[in-house]
Design a protein around this ligand. Sequence first.
Ligand SMILES: [Zn+2]
Length: 291
Amino acid sequence: MPIHCLRYDDLCAYSDRALEAGLIDLLLRTRIPCTFGVIPFACDPASLLADGEVKLIPLTREKADLLKPLLAAGLAEVALHGYSHLALAPIRGHHEFSPRMPKETQRRLIRRGRDHLENLFGLQVRFFVPPWNYISPATIEILHEEGLLLSAGFTNQSPGIPHFPCTVAPTQTARALRMARRWGAGADGIGTLLHDYDFSESNLGISDLTLPMFEQMIRDWQQTPGVRFQLIADALREKPTDDAGRESENARLRNALRRSRLGRRLFPLAELVYWETTTAGRLAAKMKYLP
Ligand SMILES: [Zn+2]
């Protein structure tokens, strides 16, 4: 029975309140759970672009309260999404959680960010979502030591802590769910990732998807028989996905799909599902014989 998780990233002090209020209403109506990746001290793009000044703006209680109805309904959870989400000279690796960032500095960023969110939301933050999926071995150690779970993209390496990848665009989700149902054997994972720019209401001009269209999309997902819609923490509590075998078998399958044109035709979007270990191995073995 496939497991579906939804994650919305980049909620922060300056994010689009009207869009997010609309999304939250929609999630309440459709009763679909969603993990929110929240930036505790976002870098203010307005002062950066207009004045060349790097100014951090803490998430406010008023903004945090937007999530209250969803949290009360058990339909949301809060994840720490970096510290300020600011990339400093990515070519030198000076982003917040790069290998060049000293471990104790990373720990301070994580603790300060987590404390701020826990204060505002009045709950325990148990998740870490790394900005741009940049994460280093030291970050993994800290997550272990601080008792945090992980939701990122595919890492191609075993993070060694319970994690649930969210990599699927909303427009690809229905097909990924069908693929998981057709070929999966158990708790195969489909993680849909959302940002403000996935919606035309953000006025960023990147997507034509409106909130009403997204609502219809969700209702279609809910019609897929046998899919369970869960918060990431619940999915991980039920089945902790920290085994190295699952990660490496899925990476092997993705590599095999990249090499096989016929494989990609027969198993469209198979690379977006986080398969159970045995299914990933079985599908990867099939690819061997496909050109
Ligand atoms: Zn982000």
